[in-house]
Design a protein around this ligand. Structure first.
Ligand code: AMP
Length: 471
């Protein structure tokens, strides 16, 4: 079946078989040593093997697949890439992650003569079609937009050499399984497959069965474990005092950069206004914001002009900020695995960080679910000033995790089971069921369960640019 890679002593980047052009780009980035996922994935990908890697965001997984991919494509540049063809396809669940992966490809490939581009929903399709016309070495795409482009004959796969699924677990959570299966069916049989996922759940294994061939399995994090370097604690508070508690924590502790998660878009907007009225600089990022507004908010947060970024789960996926020190769960997520994704925003690439949750009495069920998934109790702290009138109930004893029975993958993406978001974001039934089960007082995630169609708009900074890797 599959091999499992073992950790040995950490090699240097120069030991991994990368070309001088890539090593120079890595040096420019200031990386000293490869992260564990890079040390294992780079030689495996270069050898031509299929790879299944369980790695959360923050482990350096993007460079783990990008560096060897670029090396393979540049050393195998014999055949010219034809009109509308692509040689490597990277599928990601969200626009933000797609943009970020594309940025990494441009960064690491800056001394190579390769072309890459990125396509995702929510922006005009025509410029993307134009960029694909000349053919590209690497295409980064969200599944929904890729299918739209394929249906308009704007992309062809006959020259495809490598397929990469990034954050595959998230793509399944978001209901992309049908699109992914359709795309896989369009690809040449002979190709290399790389599958990256935060966890190897039963669903991921079912997907992998029809995808990877004798893969090398790499795991740098135990399933669903919260990053060890994240200090987690929670404060039991009354629901209506959460904004005041958050403001107090930010001001008292002089937090310079805080990523705050809310459950709904409306909640994100409301909280942002509150924080601004309290004299803090804040911005909201969620699915109702235009891609331009999202990009701007993220840039302001990264460069320190905005102190607090308030985000919903889907919008925050893919956010990568070096040294992000504070993550706050203003609302607990409906899906306990999202807690793991959220706190994975901090303590990235070996840094430390803290994740703070503000928990009100009617979120106790959600807290139980989270503590079960992370297999630990979250430390509770109190502030005399904010002792809740409605006390938060006790945590439950931690029960061992049971292995989940695999779902039938072919059903997961059927229309009857999902609420469709045209920009490539779906709410799967799993999310809604969880929400109904364990959430006592909230509406269906985000938009009241109504189908939502992203408005098309143009923004020249955000439609994705073709990266000519050689400056
Ligand atoms: P990723 O898990 O791919 O989202 O990467 C997380 C962060 O780690 C990004 O900010 C990268 O720039 C950074 N990173 C990736 N590889 C290394 C490395 N070898 N040394 C230090 N930082 C790295």
């Amino acid at each position: 079946m599959s091999d499992t890679a073992t950790n040995s002593t950490t090699p240097k980047f120069t030991d991994l078989g990368l070309s001088e052009s890539l090593l120079k780009a890595v040096r420019d980035k200031g990386y000293d040593t490869p992260s564990p996922i890079q040390a294992q994935a780079i030689p495996a990908v270069l050898s031509g093997r299929d790879v299944m890697a369980a790695a959360q965001t923050g482990t350096g997984k993007t460079a783990g697949f990008t560096l060897p991919l670029l090396q393979k494509l540049s050393s195998n540049k014999g055949t010219k890439v034809g009109t509308n063809n692509v040689r490597a396809l990277v599928l990601t669940p969200t626009r933000e992650l797609a943009a970020q992966v594309s940025e990494s490809i441009a960064t690491y490939g800056k001394y190579l003569n390769l072309h890459s581009t990125v396509v995702f929903g929510g922006v005009k399709i025509n410029p993307q079609m134009m960029r694909l016309r000349q053919g590209v070495d690497v295409l980064v795409a969200t599944p929904g937009r890729l299918m739209d482009l394929y249906n308009q004959n704007a992309v062809k796969f006959s020259q495809l050499e490598v397929l990469i699924l990034d954050e595959a677990d998230r793509m399944l959570d978001m209901g992309f399984i049908r699109d992914i299966k359709k795309i896989i069916a369009l690809l040449p049989k002979h190709r290399q497959n790389l599958l990256f996922s935060a966890t190897f759940s039963a669903d991921i294994r079912a997907l992998a069965k029809g995808l990877v061939h004798k893969p090398l399995e790499i795991s740098v994090n135990p399933e669903n474990s919260t990053a060890e370097k994240v200090t987690q604690w929670l404060m039991a508070v009354d629901k209506k005092r959460k904004p005041a508690v958050l403001t107090h924590l930010i001001k008292e502790n002089s937090w310079r950069q805080v990523l705050v998660f809310t459950k709904t878009k409306h909640g994100a907007n409301k909280l942002t206004k509150y924080l601004e009225a309290e004299g803090l600089t804040a911005a909201a990022i969620h699915g109702n914001k235009s891609q331009g507004a999202r990009t701007k908010a993220l840039a302001s947060f990264k460069d320190g002009r905005v102190q607090v970024l308030v985000a919903t789960d889907i919008a925050a996926r893919g956010i990568d900020i070096d040294l992000l020190p504070n993550v706050v769960n203003f609302d607990l997520p409906n899906v306990p695995e999202d807690y793991v994704h959220r706190i994975g925003r901090t303590a990235r690439a070996g840094n430390t960080g803290q994740a703070v949750s503000l928990v009100c009495a009617d979120e106790l069920n959600l807290l139980w679910d989270i503590e079960h998934v992370i297999q630990q109790h979250i430390e509770r702290k109190t502030l005399d000033k904010f002792v809740p009138a409605n006390a938060l109930g006790e945590s439950r004893a931690i029960r061992p995790l049971k292995a989940k029975r695999p779902k039938k993958v072919h059903q997961a993406g059927s229309n009857s089971k999902k609420t469709e978001h045209k920009d490539g974001q779906h709410l799967s039934k799993g999310h809604q069921t969880q929400s109904n089960r364990s959430n006592t007082n909230n509406k269906p995630a985000g938009n009241g369960g109504k189908p939502r169609r992203a408005k098309p708009y143009a923004n020249k900074n955000t439609q994705g640019n073709t990266n000519k890797a050689n400056p």
